[in-house]
Design a protein around this ligand. Structure first.
Ligand SMILES: [Zn+2]
Length: 450
């Protein structure tokens, strides 16, 4: 006698919580010249990728918004750290731009809002994009840093961690939180990526990772909380001191600021220009080939792999320098020793990546992947249907334990079919099968006897 049991795809998983942490400017290899016991332990207990490739432009607000939306920068529209208006000449720096909702809310919903719409509870602390409103909705639980906040203070870091782990995850039972730290970006800019100050800051990051994991343990969340630690971009040393010929637009023959209606310059390796009417070709021809380390593009000529040409906010002429160089306007104004914003194929622009938790494999190193692929991974972990995005779950899925079927293959929004049979139900089914076998066997035996 045989009992045919119909095969089905059981999932015994419940949804685990997720903490996304970004350490601004934590380059992929910053753990190589510093002792990092806590990051090493995290890699042993979880997953590390050799590196993650940020979307271009490799700067803070655009890259973080790619993490939150899974969209390339030309698609989500947060094209720069600075808001600007080419008609009025007005510019807002990074911090004030955080509060301009119309700059962030271009139709790409950040994961907090999507999670909330699907019944989850989300929070965000200091993460770029937190202050804005999206289609009239906010991330419900949030903390935005005050103006002139000290982003380097380790005591503050711990208070923020206590809030996220103790209050938000433990007491308020949030499902997803994004948490941002402004270092080691600041020391990287000021002292350069090879400096002892940067190494000391990596030790601070490492202590902080140990502190976070201990807090999670103290609150009994270790088996219910996945942690992802990554960064928005890397950092490279700026070449100066007479070693190189600096790029100063005002000194380029044939180029004149009188031909320019609006400029975004003196902001690291990227410059953008809006020439006055009829002057585009003249400006372009003057700049093209003017310096061996300056790449000059008409917006529509940008290499497609950079995904930085389609958005209407991008200006008609885009300038990108080689690593180590920066675009100066009238005269050099940038005195940083480290910069980012370069081509995302430059190894120094690659970001750090680690993950640990109940849904991640342990002691596994995975291939590099793109930061646009982080969004479908996070939606999968949270069991929510993603919005339209540019990432691929199959590129990041290998880091998960195989039975994780919470969200299905969710690269295709709206086509998310998955079967979840609760453990109680499958146990009951097994019991019924057993009862059936016993009863049948009993009757057959009775019949044989008779
Ligand atoms: Zn940054």
């Amino acid at each position: 006698m045989s009992v045919a049991v119909k095969e089905s795809r059981f999932s015994f998983k419940t949804r685990n919580k997720l903490l996304l942490i970004s350490f601004d400017g934590f380059r992929w290899d910053y753990d190589r010249d510093v002792e990092t016991p806590n990051l090493d332990k995290m890699a042993q207990d979880g997953v590390k990728a050799l590196y993650a490739t940020p979307a271009f432009l490799t700067i803070t607000s655009p890259s973080h918004f790619t993490m939150l939306t899974g969209r390339y920068i030309e698609n989500h529209g947060v094209i720069h750290n600075m808001w600007f208006n080419t008609a009025t000449q007005e510019k807002k720096q990074y911090y004030m731009t955080q509060f301009v909702s119309s700059y962030w809310d271009n139709g790409s919903l950040p994961i907090w809002i999507t999670a909330q719409r699907q019944g989850l509870k989300a929070g965000s602390l200091h993460f770029p994009g937190t202050a804005a409103t999206y289609r009239g909705e906010n991330v419900t639980v949030k903390q935005v840093e005050p103006h002139f906040y000290d982003h380097s203070n380790e005591t503050d870091w711990r208070l923020n961690i206590n809030k996220v782990i103790g209050e938000w995850f433990h007491q308020q039972d949030l499902d997803f939180v994004s948490l941002y730290f402004g270092e080691p970006d600041l020391v990287g800019h000021k002292y350069g990526p090879d400096s002892p100050e940067r190494q000391e800051m990596v030790r601070q990051v490492d202590r902080t990772v140990g502190y976070i994991r201990n807090k999670i343990q103290d609150h009994g969340l270790t088996d219910r909380l996945n942690i992802i630690i990554t960064a928005d971009h890397g950092m490279t040393t700026v070449l100066r001191g007479g070693l190189v010929e600096e790029i100063i637009l005002s000194k380029i023959p044939g180029f004149s600021f009188t031909d320019i209606q609006f400029q975004l310059l003196d902001y690291g390796p990227l410059g953008m220009l809006l020439p006055k009417e009829g002057m585009l070709e003249k400006v372009y021809q003057a700049l093209k080939g003017s310096h061996p380390h300056l790449h000059v593009y008409k917006k529509e000529e940008m290499p497609t792999r950079l995904h930085y040409s389609k958005h209407p906010r991008l200006l008609p002429i885009i300038l990108i320098t080689d690593p180590g160089y920066i675009v100066n306007g009238l005269l050099p104004l940038n005195f940083n020793n480290g910069e980012h914003g370069y081509d995302n194929e430059v190894m120094d622009m690659k970001a750090f990546f680690r993950a640990v938790g109940p849904d991640f494999q342990s002691n596994l190193t995975v291939d590099p992947f793109d930061l646009v692929d982080l969004y479908p991974l996070m939606c999968h972990l949270l069991g929510i249907n993603p919005e339209i995005h540019d990432g691929h779950l199959d590129k990041s899925k290998d880091m998960l334990v195989p039975q994780t079927t919470i969200g299905g293959d969710n690269n295709d929004p709206g086509k998310n079919i998955h079967i979840e049979v609760p453990i109680g139900l499958s146990a009951a089914m097994g019991f019924l099968v057993l009862v059936f076998i016993i009863i049948t066997a009993y009757h057959m035996r009775k019949r044989t006897k008779a």
